[in-house]
Design a protein around this ligand. Structure first.
Ligand code: DUC
Ligand code: ZN
Ligand code: ZN
Length: 485
């Protein structure tokens, strides 16, 4: 037997379903053998006392992307992927954003160009659909899907991206026809605008009022509406960045009925609250994201949703905007919450937060951690079993975690280009020490070990189901027959 390029021995290996003491043999970038004892390879890592886990997959992050407000994110494909890797993530799926008046085909080509020479880990893209014209829906989207971009995000809010219900139905219908998954930003635009206008008129422009304008009922209403549209056509949707108990309960109820509703949440909703936005001056802009941070009761509801399977994926929603006039505070101290870029960074902190607060504090099992941080993303977004698990034949994308290391967060530890972290001063235990991508050691001894541009675009396949209710609604099935013959 040829020797292995790399062996990882004596570690505790966990997947989404199993945990065992197991050695891994890696050859040609793939996991070639798993056994209780393997001989040392050309390079041998002793993982005693460590967890050997699938590298994380972050299926919601904004990298080198223009926002709906036209603001460029601080991270490019180099800093964004380096930061992801240091946090134990080995695959990202950021967005290629189609803005109104531009073609999907040109957008996709552009994002390929941005990523190719910079990414250090593997990546795919989702499309943001800003304008579902007939040409886009019938020609350009199917072509993008054939090119391995098998999911797209739509917005129910933001003036530049908001789609009407009629348009959402069109998008769902195309997704069904072409075999793609629709991700939805669910907030009621009118409710937010109505509250925000009155707040601004009364001089309440400080960051903390962002949370008031984006009321949890606006999230719940849009969540309920997209669920009804999805059920009408019997097309699954994935509701991204869920933040509130109201939306969580709405999703849970639909799943219980048998609707194919998937949902995602993010680290900021687990460990930050609206109080973080309440800082002197405009400082609180660093904690403004949409949907916004809520309260302690909401945190508990989100944790419960992770534990009970309401959420299938846990992503960063890394939206890296600098705290300066380019993004968060365009008018300095005069900036109101309506003018600041929405989003918080978190691509590096995503998994360490879930490990520390979820696994080590007993809220989640190690297997749930793997499912929520890696495996379910791979299944839902057409990457499985190449990515997201540890199995013979899978890519050797791994993160070796030391559960004993404890770190107090200081921005100087981060590898992004944002300039601040909303988790400054927090204490988290359990960190990835070694990260591999296709058998290459990407991070070791706190150092980056690979060249820029060594990550690869991954052409994704058809999105698959994960453990969630999957029965087709009876009435919807009838409707599909009528409208499609
Ligand atoms: N939506 C996102 O998905 N990310 C950042 C901000 C937002 O509104
Ligand atoms: Zn969003
Ligand atoms: Zn986002």
């Amino acid at each position: 037997m040829d020797s292995f390029d790399l062996t990882i021995r004596n570690g505790t290996v966990a997947t989404a379903t199993e945990t065992s003491r197991c050695d891994l043999g890696i050859r040609g970038g793939k996991i070639a053998a798993m056994a209780e004892r393997l001989p040392a390879g050309q390079r041998d890592i002793d993982a005693a006392g460590r967890y050997v886990l699938p590298g994380g997959i972050d299926s919601h992050c904004h990298i080198e992307q223009l926002s709906g407000m036209g603001i460029m994110s601080a991270d490019d494909f180099y800093s964004g992927t380096v930061s992801a890797a240091f946090g134990g993530t080995t695959t990202i799926i950021p967005f290629a954003a189609q803005h109104r008046g531009t073609s999907v085909t040109a957008t996709v080509a552009d994002y390929h160009e941005r990523a190719r020479a910079k990414a250090v880990i593997d990546y795919g893209f989702h499309l943001i659909i800003g304008e579902p014209t007939e040409k886009i829906m019938n020609e350009e989207l199917p072509a993008a899907i054939k090119g391995g971009i098998t999911s797209f995000k739509v917005y129910m809010t933001y003036p530049k991206w908001k789609l009407e219900d009629y348009q959402l139905l069109e998008v769902l219908n195309v997704a069904q026809r072409e075999g793609a998954l629709v991700m939805v930003h669910a907030e009621n635009d009118d409710m937010i605008r109505w509250i925000a206008k009155r707040l601004i008129e009364r001089g309440h422009g400080a960051p903390k009022f962002h949370g008031v304008a984006h009321d949890a009922l606006a999230e719940a209403e849009a969540t309920n509406r997209i669920i009804m549209l999805s059920r009408l056509l019997s097309v699954p949707v994935l509701i991204v960045h869920v933040s509130s108990p109201e939306a969580t309960n709405t999703i849970r109820a639909a799943q219980t009925l048998g609707a194919r509703i998937y949902a995602e949440t993010c680290p900021q909703y687990l460990v930050l609250t609206a109080e973080d936005m309440d800082q002197p001056g405009v400082e609180g802009a660093k904690w403004c994201c949409s949907p916004p941070l809520r309260d302690k009761a909401a945190q508990e509801a989100i944790w419960a949703g992770l534990a009970n399977g309401t959420f299938q994926t846990y992503s960063s929603d890394h939206a890296p905007y600098k705290f300066d006039e380019t993004a968060k505070i365009p008018r300095g101290e005069q900036t109101t919450f309506k003018e600041m870029a929405n989003g918080v960074p978190g691509i590096e902190m995503r998994l360490p937060i879930l490990f520390s607060e979820g696994v080590l504090k007993g809220r989640l099992s190690l297997n749930q951690f793997v499912a929520l941080g890696a495996t379910n993303h791979a299944r839902m977004y057409g990457l499985y079993p190449r990515k997201g698990t540890i199995a013979v034949g899978s890519d050797a994308d791994l993160a070796i975690w030391n559960p004993e290391i404890e770190k107090r967060i200081d921005y100087s530890m981060m590898h992004d280009a944002v300039g601040y972290t909303p988790y400054e001063g927090h204490l988290y235990k359990g960190w990835p020490e070694i990260v591999t991508s296709r058998g290459r050691i990407v991070v070791e001894d706190g150092q980056l070990k690979v060249e820029r541009g060594s990550g690869q675009f991954i052409q994704r396949g058809v999105p698959g189901p994960v453990a969630a209710a999957t029965t087709v609604d009876g009435p919807a099935r009838k409707l599909r027959k009528l409208i499609h013959g």
